[in-house]
Design a binder for this molecule. Structure first.
Ligand code: CP
Length: 330
């Protein structure tokens, strides 16, 4: 594979390759110099057609730590404002010698379309999906996996560590590309994944599987359960991942009362009593403080892995750029 567009077809071997490589780079990042010459001479272009703080900055930092040259593009300050198309923008970066394109867009499928065009042209450019609409956010899914596995075994994070774990994903599943990538990665590990959301914030396909609020398995291989109440999802959970209420993608009828939403689905210290005693809480960011998670819990290092997720993002994105850029199979 020379593009990373989705985790739907990732294999256990590929997950473990990313986890092990990221662990090596985490060690590099702990050194004083923090830099390796691996991608010297290569050009990584961050093509962001939608705002981002952590994904764009950590891909840029990851590329710099690997000694690649970086180009940063934001559509609002580009010639797209004069009518240039996405594919023509990508071809412009190709003409400048770009080796890896990291693409974020509000529409699902844009990174795939650019990857197809590069393949059609016979170019060896790699495309990394940095979040496309409601489709996927593979690097976030991988950094969340790395964060969780590293907590269990920091030296050898690997997929099998999650086999008997229960992981709850709570909140706006409908609009969440992070949830979609995490569902692929976490269920691939053999973990039990429990989704909890109001029915209006679940994809229709999932909402139809709800059985009076009780868990129902979706298929025999992947252990995925859906709830419209929080307690059964959180009961004895090892990890709770809460998601941002994506108000900007909601029509008025979908937007719940924020106070009621917080009461029913907001993660607080008192609701964590349903989980295992050493439960940890994740959130991909950015966070609506006091909506999907209480402000005090977000900042509590006993429970919150939110800052660790951001730190993990650099090592994981170095791993992805390295595995793609050095021509190794991911
Ligand atoms: N988690 C995430 O994608 O954050 P940004 O939108 O800040 O990149």
């Amino acid at each position: 594979r020379h593009h990373i567009l989705s985790l739907a077809d990732f294999t256990p071997v590929e997950y473990d390759a990313v986890l092990q490589t990221a662990a090596s780079f985490r060690e590099v990042l702990s050194r004083r110099t923090k830099k390796v010459p691996t991608l010297q001479g290569q050009v990584v272009a961050n093509l962001f057609f939608e705002p981002s703080t952590r994904t764009r900055s950590s891909f840029e930092l990851a590329a710099k730590r690997l000694s690649a040259d970086t180009l940063n593009f934001t559509s609002a300050t580009s010639s797209m404002t004069k009518g240039e198309t996405i594919l023509d923008t990508a071809k412009t970066y190709l003409a400048m010698g770009c080796d890896i394109m990291v693409i974020r867009h509000t529409s699902a499928g844009v990174p795939n379309a650019v990857a197809l065009e590069m393949d059609r042209l016979g170019e060896r450019v790699s495309v990394l999906n940095a979040g496309d609409g409601q489709h996927e956010h593979p690097s976030q899914g991988l950094l969340d996996l790395f964060t969780i596995c590293s907590l269990i075994d920091p030296l050898q994070p690997r997929l099998e560590l999650l086999k008997d774990k229960k992981i709850a994903i709570v909140g706006d599943i409908l609009h969440s590309r992070v949830a979609r990538s995490n569902i692929w990665s976490l269920t691939a590990s053999g973990a039990e994944v429990h989704l909890a959301a109001p029915p209006t914030l679940l994809p229709k396909l999932f909402a139809e599987y709800i059985n009076d609020g009780e868990a129902s398995g979706l298929d025999g291989r992947r252990k995925l359960f859906i709830h419209w109440h929080l307690e059964p999802a959180l009961r004895d959970a090892d990890f709770v991942m809460t998601l941002r209420l994506q108000k900007e993608r909601m029509t008025a009828h979908l937007l719940p009362s924020l106070r009621e939403y917080h009461q029913m689905f907001g993660i607080t210290r008192s609701k964590l009593k349903w989980c295992k005693p050493n439960v940890k809480v994740l959130h991909p960011g950015p966070v609506n403080r006091g909506v999907e998670i209480s402000s005090d819990l977000m900042d509590d290092p006993e429970f919150s892995l939110i800052q660790t997720q951001v730190t993990s993002g650099v090592a994981v994105r170095m791993a992805l750029l390295y595995l793609i850029g050095s021509g190794k199979a991911v």
